[in-house]
Design a protein around this ligand. Structure first.
Ligand code: ADP
Ligand code: MG
Length: 248
């Protein structure tokens, strides 16, 4: 479990907290969506969960390991996979194939097993045809698929997607959520899906809504989306259905 206890974070040189006394938990095998307007603190929270940012006060524990404890960071990053909005930040290899193999090599997976896993992942994410291409020449959607495929290949215990589907077509967004949901059940991965799409948040078991660095709602998506006016007032999209019900 990832436990967030009274977490505040302030960027160096800033005069305001980006996160203010956030309490939350993320279970292995759970599916939690996070929504909030631009600047509400979603990405800051994501980066606190895998120790890229360190709590200014309060603490984050990943299966008991404190992200403020430097000696735990390697293990924390192995457990918590992170996918950013901009895939260019995490694609570093010369070809698509190498990108997928890279992390497995670092984990010391043997060649035959590595080959097998890379092939399966190329197929699952429909990247077979560009296997020898440089990641830099791929389309935005292909890059995002590759970034997600590479991180998932390392079998993290938790997977954080920070608006990682924003460049994908509607079709790919749906099928990606399907893949992730299936893997979650199969491998008990805990998913934290930061999204601007109410339709994606509806698939989660829990929805956290941030506003100005604080938790505004933390409940089932159904319950959260019943607060149409409050959500719209803090700039969070609600499903069309909820809005219609409110009008009627
Ligand atoms: P979101 O992902 O919800 O759009 P962020 O977590 O990126 O929000 O930002 C939360 C707050 O922190 C915003 O007020 C933003 O301006 C500020 N912020 C984000 N990144 C930095 C940074 N590197 N330095 C200073 N302030 C930042
Ligand atoms: Mg963000």
């Amino acid at each position: 479990m990832i436990e967030v206890r009274s977490l505040s974070y302030r960027y160096p040189g800033s005069s305001m907290d980006a996160l203010r006394e956030v309490d939350a938990h993320f279970e292995e095998g759970g599916f939690v969506a996070v929504m909030g307007s631009n600047g509400s603190g979603k990405s800051t929270l994501a980066q606190c969960l895998n120790g890229l940012l360190h709590a200014t006060s309060g603490e984050v524990l990943v299966d008991g390991l404190n992200t403020n404890d430097k000696s735990s960071l390697t293990e924390i990053r192995r457990r918590v996979g992170m996918i950013f909005q901009d895939p260019n930040l995490q694609l570093t290899s010369v070809t698509v194939e190498r990108e997928l193999a890279f992390g497995l090599e670092n984990l010391g997976v043997d060649r035959e097993e590595m080959h097998k896993r890379v092939e399966a992942q190329l197929k699952l994410f429909n990247l077979e045809e560009c296997r020898r291409s440089a990641p830099s020449i791929l389309s935005g959607g292909e890059k995002q698929r590759l970034a997600i495929a590479s991180v998932m290949l390392l079998e993290p215990y938790y997977l954080i997607l920070d608006e990682a589907t924003s460049l994908l077509s509607l079709m790919w967004r749906k099928s990606l959520i399907d893949i992730i949901a299936r893997e979650r059940v199969k491998k008990k991965i805990g998913i934290v899906l930061i999204t601007q799409f109410a339709s994606e948040a509806l698939l989660a078991g829990r929805l956290i809504v941030l506003s100005s660095g604080r938790i505004f709602f933390d409940d089932t998506p159904r319950e959260v989306f019943s607060h149409v006016d409050e959500l719209l007032s803090i700039g969070v999209a609600v499903p069309i259905r909820a809005r219609l019900e409110r009008l009627l």
